[in-house]
Design a protein around this ligand. Structure first.
Ligand SMILES: [Zn+2]
Ligand SMILES: [Zn+2]
Length: 222
């Protein structure tokens, strides 16, 4: 599934949109010039992080990354149920080749669908008043590890450091969907997931304190 194969993206986008808003007319186009935080007047921005695979055109090695940044700028015609989305997928460079160019990623069909589902959920929330909490975003499995900032296009544009690419709206639940598990991830560019402290961690701490109070020698009465 190629990054440049916009027809696949466009077709999937239209199919998913048809299920939600059959009368709406939205278009999806690739645009390699849009920049994070630089929307035209009246446009909205939505960013997400996905799992993609890259190939170096010099040494032909491949690597996977869970930190592929996808930027969308969108606009809805005032008073109409039609709009347009511009999408930019940020590239990465090979770590091994000193003169490597930025390579565009490829995505699995499942990943493309997930990315577009999240995008459409955002459109429905932003422009049609849908409740985001009822349509939880599907995130890739969070993975730990260093992110190769020198070879990440989004990082070179100053928009990919930890926590800088925030989702505009966060639903209350994030069901994690494991996909795209690659048997050969020889150069995985991962970043620590951004998030709040695990509530389970605090639950354990509170339980320990309660148990300590209950079973401490002072509390045992004859
Ligand atoms: Zn290379
Ligand atoms: Zn980056």
């Amino acid at each position: 599934m190629s990054y440049l194969d916009i027809s696949t993206w466009e077709q999937t986008f239209q199919e998913l949109m048809e299920q939600e808003k059959p009368w709406a007319k939205w278009s999806l186009k690739l645009d390699g010039t849009i920049l994070p935080g630089h929307t035209a007047p009246g446009w909205k921005q939505y960013q997400q992080t996905a799992f993609g695979r890259f190939w170096c055109s010099l040494c032909h090695r491949s690597w996977s990354s869970a930190q592929v940044k996808i930027l969308c700028h969108m606009y809805r015609e005032p008073g109409k149920s039609q709009g347009q989305v511009l999408m930019r997928v940020f590239a990465q460079r090979c770590q091994k080749c000193s003169w490597s160019q930025f390579e565009k990623p490829e995505f699995s069909t499942e990943s493309i669908k997930r990315i577009l589902q999240n995008l459409i959920q955002y459109i429905l929330w932003r422009y049609y008043g849908h409740d985001f909490r009822k349509m939880p975003m599907i995130r890739e499995v969070p993975l730990n590890g260093p992110h190769d900032t020198n070879n990440c296009e989004a990082c070179t544009l100053g928009s990919c450091t930890k926590g800088s690419l925030k989702q505009t709206a966060k639903p209350s639940t994030f069901p994690t969907k494991i996909c795209c598990s690659s048997p050969q991830m020889d150069n995985v560019l991962f970043e620590e997931p951004v998030g709040n402290p695990d509530p389970f961690f605090w639950f354990i701490i509170i339980c320990l304190v309660v148990f300590a109070l209950i079973f401490s020698p002072n509390s045992i009465k004859p």
